[in-house]
Ligand binder design. Structure first.
Ligand SMILES: Nc1nc2c(c(=O)[nH]1)N[C@H]1C(S)=C(S)[C@@H](COP(=O)(O)O)O[C@H]1N2
Ligand SMILES: [Mo]
Length: 412
């Protein structure tokens, strides 16, 4: 193999075993020998080697799983209880599975699918116990849908990114069984009106769900973006309720109990309720209200005057996005954004608006209207309607201030 003067070959001959290749070319990779091969080799490359003319040395051989370029480092932002999707680093509308947000009330359980069962009982003709293998024998359905935590709101600091403000929403292509298929299998008794879903994590998450949702579009999903659902998302399977607050899509599902009334669990009485007016509390607020957010330009982006493609996502738990408007003058005037089709039901939908920025300080905003006619409210409208400054189901218009120096900050 020809090596340019002063350069060190990175990967040597083609006909070497993986072992000798790891040993010969990449010392650090020996430690990583159990890691995916390509990743191990790449991780072992020094910065100088990445700068070698790639046409002068053979590349890394194919591996067992793909890798992300070490120049791209999108990461979730974890706290003790959740981990947020880096919306500002994503393209299109599918969240890479390893960047799907997480909200765990007592950690991610380790579940062996061979030991895991789902019980369906209560007001049914024929109670049923199902394993993952059993579920996979039923007719399957695949759909693209967002999942959002109803606690997905933060504000108060100009240096918050879309991830910080709104990173508890993600979108996947989900595959599983319609709950209606399983309802037919067990035979629902006429008195049944609700069902309880219970998880097998240490939080034993339980929520009551109206039976009608079970008959319409509820699913039990075991796959996400073409592979088995990830442990963080509920492996081996979870309930998935399109458009409903994320909390009800119980992960690591182990039990469904049909009943004539709701169970009034902790998560639907003490938690996941929100103040409305006059000291009243609203509960069983299932639908995710329509929301949009500009993900570029947004903090921490730095921009230059001239042409800027404003980009973002919009979604509604009640159906399809009808339109998205963008304002480049702090909400005084609005223009229609372009929507990236296909527009799917209850799905993150991309929008863009090409804009020429003159370099003067201004504020950009986006506002979605869904197919029911619901218009995304301002923060002031929400506070006036609810009499509170936050809580669950808070979906205000987000504004980004473009400063003259090109720094983009959250309007607080
Ligand atoms: N069993 C169980 N299911 C659960 C939770 C949990 O802690 N345990 N968290 C809920 C909450 S509050 C949300 S927002 C979603 C988050 O799903 P994700 O972690 O896959 O993004 O799962 C819901 N289902
Ligand atoms: Mo949540």
């Amino acid at each position: 193999m020809k090596v340019l003067p002063g350069e060190k070959p990175v990967v040597l001959e083609q006909k070497v075993s993986r072992r000798s290749l790891l040993g010969g070319a990449a010392t650090a990779a020996i430690v990583l020998a159990q890691a995916p091969f390509g990743k191990a080799v790449q991780a072992a490359l020094s910065e100088k080697e990445w700068k070698t003319d790639p046409t002068k040395v053979p590349g890394v051989p194919p591996g067992t799983v793909g890798t992300r370029s070490p120049f791209e480092k999108p990461v979730k932002k974890p706290s003790d209880i959740s981990s947020r999707t880096p919306l500002q680093n994503l393209y299109g509308t599918i969240t890479p599975s390893d960047l799907h947000f997480e909200r765990n009330h007592n950690g991610v359980p380790a579940i062996d699918p061979a030991q895991h069962e789902l019980l369906i009982h209560g007001l049914v003709e024929k109670p049923l116990v199902l394993t993952l293998a059993d579920l996979k024998r039923y007719p399957s359905v695949t759909r693209i849908c967002f999942l959002e935590c109803s606690g997905n709101f933060r504000s108060g600091n100009p240096k918050l990114s879309p991830q910080d403000i709104c990173g508890l929403t993600s979108q996947s292509e989900w595959t599983g069984v319609m709950l209606s298929t399983l309802f037919r299998e067990v035979g629902v008794k006429p008195q049944a009106q609700w069902f309880l879903a219970e998880g097998s994590d240490a939080a034993k998450m339980t929520r009551s769900i109206p039976l009608a949702k079970g008959w319409s579009d509820a699913m039990i999903v075991y796959a996400q973006n073409g592979e088995a659902i990830r442990p963080e998302q509920g492996y081996p399977f979870r309930l998935f309720l399109p458009g409903y607050e994320g909390n009800m899509s119980v992960k690591w599902l182990r039990r469904l109990e049909l009943s004539d009334e709701p169970f009034m669990t902790r998560e639907e009485t003490s938690k996941y309720t929100e103040p409305v007016k006059d000291g009243k509390i609203r509960y069983f607020s299932f639908d995710i209200d329509a929301r949009s957010i500009i993900t570029f330009p947004a903090y921490p982006a730095q921009v230059q005057k001239g042409w800027i493609e404003i980009r973002g996502i919009a979604w509604s738990g009640r159906g399809k996005v009808d339109r998205v408007e963008v304002s480049t003058d702090g909400g005084r005037s609005w223009q229609l954004a372009q929507i990236q089709g296909p527009i799917l039901d209850k799905a993150h939908t991309g929008f863009r608006y090409l804009w020429h920025w003159d370099g003067n300080e201004t504020e950009i905003q986006s506002r979605v209207t869904d197919e029911t006619g619901y218009v995304q409210p301002t923060y002031q409208q929400l506070v006036a309607a609810r009499g509170s400054k936050g809580g669950y189901h808070f979906n205000p218009i987000t504004g980004w201030v473009l400063q003259r120096d090109g720094q983009v900050l959250l309007r607080t």
